[in-house]
Design a protein around this ligand. Structure first.
Ligand code: ADP
Ligand code: MG
Length: 345
């Protein structure tokens, strides 16, 4: 299959939100009056961000979902996306009715196991594309262009969206005395990963943890609703302590948070004395929940948002002038050696 057939078959769809989509040297879009263009890129590398032998549908979903999450964390409405993908090889998919065509059909043997980047066939691409577009449909994003090359499996997505001028939820907007809030359950994705790596054995809520890891849900409605309510916001991709740390650094503040107030799955709550679980909740990556700060006057508005959106949103601490991030568990301060994921640690 040629590169151009591949693009036409798997990555070309109508782009109602663009003036021109896939097919020319550039796509053309228009930003609404009174809005800023928000832009963000995220690259997913096989073996680093996902298991190459994971379900291709999930890889497609997640590669877009993590980008939508960045838009959401900025209070921006995601609209357009480009996809640059390197594929190691494309093997013919096994043909149907094998053996009935005079021996011309065959079952391909990957030269490399999928884990090492081999074995990608059209069935893989079809599933990847299905997952990617399912996420595009869920968050109303148009795939308007990209690049397709041969190389080790690598997926790089750039997302663009709109935010009313001056209304973006920036990391540097937190004020001393703000409440610190987080959405959803933290630690689920990290525990799912630890289970797959055979570091722990999850029995209860294994499905929920694997879903959090493989098919994260960006908190789109929350991010948009927080415009005008939150002073700062970030999505938790690397771990709560690391990501909250980015807000504090950008805003030149410190904070105290309370582990027992952080929302997590029931089976995790009962294990919060266990350092492995503490680390998952405080420093586990890949949850794509939102962490934001807001003035205390907004408490009622946030609690009502939580009800309307049917999404747990918990108040976990307070920011202050003194630099430093302190984590309490009941009356005791917790010291972790690791705050979150860092590629060059
Ligand atoms: P050029 O050589 O001008 O850069 P390409 O041959 O790379 O163009 O791509 C042809 C068209 O297909 C362009 O509009 C490009 O944006 C689009 N495209 C390429 N790869 C992808 C992809 N993976 N997903 C979506 N669109 C793509
Ligand atoms: Mg190109």
């Amino acid at each position: 299959m040629s590169e151009f057939n591949l693009i036409a078959k798997y990555f070309t769809r109508a782009c109602p939100q663009a003036d021109l989509g896939v097919g020319d040297d550039c796509a053309l879009v228009r930003v609404a009056d009174g809005c800023q263009l928000a832009i963000s890129s995220d690259m997913l590398v096989a073996g680093t961000h996902f298991f190459a032998d994971a379900a291709p549908y999930d890889i497609g979903w997640k590669s877009l979902a993590v980008n939508v999450s960045d838009m959401v964390a900025m209070g921006a409405q995601a609209k357009w996306v480009t996809l640059a993908i390197a594929l190691p090889q494309i093997l013919p998919s096994p043909l149907q009715g094998e053996g009935q065509d005079g021996g011309r059909s065959f079952t391909p043997t990957p030269t490399l196991p999928l884990k090492e980047g081999g074995g990608i066939n059209e069935a893989w691409l079809a599933e990847f594309s299905r997952g990617f577009f399912a996420c595009a449909d869920a968050f109303n994003v148009d795939l308007i262009g990209g690049d397709t090359t041969k190389g080790p499996l690598n997926i790089s997505v750039t997302i663009m969206g709109e935010v009313p001028t001056g209304k973006a939820l920036r990391r540097d907007g937190a004020q001393a005395g703000d409440d610190i809030w987080v959405s959803g359950n933290l630690g689920s994705a990290a525990l799912g990963l630890a289970h797959l790596q055979e570091k722990i054995t999850l029995t209860n809520e294994l499905e929920l943890c694997l879903k959090a890891l493989h098919k994260p849900t960006p908190r789109a409605a929350l991010g948009l609703a927080l415009r005008g309510i939150a002073n700062s916001c970030i999505d938790i991709s690397d771990g709560l302590l690391a990501d909250l740390g980015h807000i504090l650094k950008a805003s030149n503040l410190g904070a105290t948070i309370h582990l027992e107030q952080i929302p997590c799955l029931e089976s995790v709550k009962t294990q919060l004395e266990n350092p492995a679980y503490q680390t998952a909740v405080l420093a586990g990556g890949d949850d794509y929940e939102l962490c934001f700060t807001a003035p205390t006057i907004q408490r009622a508005a946030i609690e009502s948002l939580s009800k309307t959106l049917d999404l747990p949103i918990a108040r976990i601490g307070t920011t202050r002038m003194d630099i430093g991030l302190q984590t309490m568990h009941k009356e005791t301060e917790i010291k972790l050696t690791k705050y979150g994921f860092n590629h060059f640690d």
